[in-house]
Design a protein around this ligand. Structure first.
Ligand code: BDR
Ligand code: CA
Length: 310
């Protein structure tokens, strides 16, 4: 079968890096470009990290387009506590990228790419949705020609991870998330409800005896995040939020989805970025997203291990 053309939108970040690795190690996908945005780290660092990962993967010369430096309407929030101040657990300095970004901005690149492959291109967004919201503001009809949009974000029936009810990607840019969910796009949401179930444990990582050069790099970038998970009383491990978004594109049978009417809170002092699902039995609000509610975690972890770690 012809590989599926995809673009990734990332704020590389440890788990974005792992998602890129999974995407490039998956023959079912044809990565046509990568957009970067501020999130886990500032966009300049996210871009450098992305380019470095492509070097490490010996990836072909894929266009990387740098995107928004700040959320639409509020100051940025980064996640150095989880990903390290360089986004790669302190490893970024050892891998200065040899490649460069393309000379076009992320929004222009995306619109152009959709225009060239209408109804064919899939976007996988594993970061705040600023770039996509700006693309919708610039040219919504073109964005609606995406074949599919997979978004890692939100916490629907579980607590948040940045705020009590808000997940990081939505909480960093709630206005952008609201625009994206309100734009009539074919959205599949991969929220914390499922991503927090896919944990790369220390035991699994140690159990892989690999001589491939990705393995020591993965060891290095996940070291800090492993410790964090343990400090919450869980076994040491790294949550594979963003790789799962790629996994769902690769194998839809990994998850069970429910159509839901979803909105994003933008005004609350405590709740900005909350994904609000209208779960009333008699709700008349039409669903606007397929939300992943269950995941075959072991099966996904096996796929990830096989493709990225061995
Ligand atoms: C999301 O937030 C980021 O820190 C991760 O890269 C992931 O995209 C999880 O809430
Ligand atoms: Ca991310």
């Amino acid at each position: 079968m012809k590989p599926r053309p995809v673009i990734l939108d990332v704020d590389t970040g440890v788990d974005d890096a792992l998602a890129l690795m999974l995407a490039f190690r998956s023959p079912e996908l044809d990565v046509r470009g990568i957009l970067t945005v501020s999130g886990n780290v500032h966009v300049s660092q996210a871009t450098a990290n992305t380019l470095a990962i492509l070097d490490l993967l010996d990836a072909p010369p894929i266009p990387v387009a740098a995107g928004a430096a700040a959320p639409l309407a509020r100051p940025g929030i980064t996640a150095g506590d989880v990903h390290g101040s360089d986004g790669l657990g302190g490893a970024a300095g050892c891998f200065p990228p040899s490649r460069r970004t393309v000379a076009v901005d992320a929004v222009g690149f995306l619109l152009d790419a959709i225009g060239r492959q209408p109804e064919e291109l899939t976007l996988i967004a594993t970061a705040p949705l600023t770039n996509l919201a700006l693309a919708i503001e610039r040219d919504a009809p073109t964005v609606r020609k995406l074949r599919a949009l997979f978004v890692m974000g939100g916490a629907v029936r579980v607590p948040g991870n940045l705020g009590p009810v808000s997940e990081f990607n939505f909480a960093v840019d709630p206005e952008a998330a609201a625009i994206v969910l309100g734009a009539g796009l074919p959205v599949t949401l991969i929220p914390l409800d499922v991503t927090e179930r896919v944990v790369l444990t220390r035991a699994r990582l140690d159990g892989v005896k690999s001589v491939r050069r990705l393995h020591p790099f993965v060891e290095e970038i996940v070291a800090g995040a492993m410790g964090l998970h343990r400090s919450c009383g869980e076994p040491a491990g790294v949550v594979l939020h963003d790789p799962l978004a790629v996994g769902v594109v690769l194998d839809p049978s990994l998850v069970r989805r429910e159509p839901m009417a979803l909105a994003v809170e933008t005004r609350g002092v405590l709740t900005a970025g909350m994904a609000v699902a209208d779960l009333r039995r008699r709700s008349r609000t039409a669903p606007n997203a397929d939300v992943c509610v269950e995941v075959a975690a072991e099966r996904f972890l096996d796929l990830f291990t096989e493709r990225v770690l061995r």
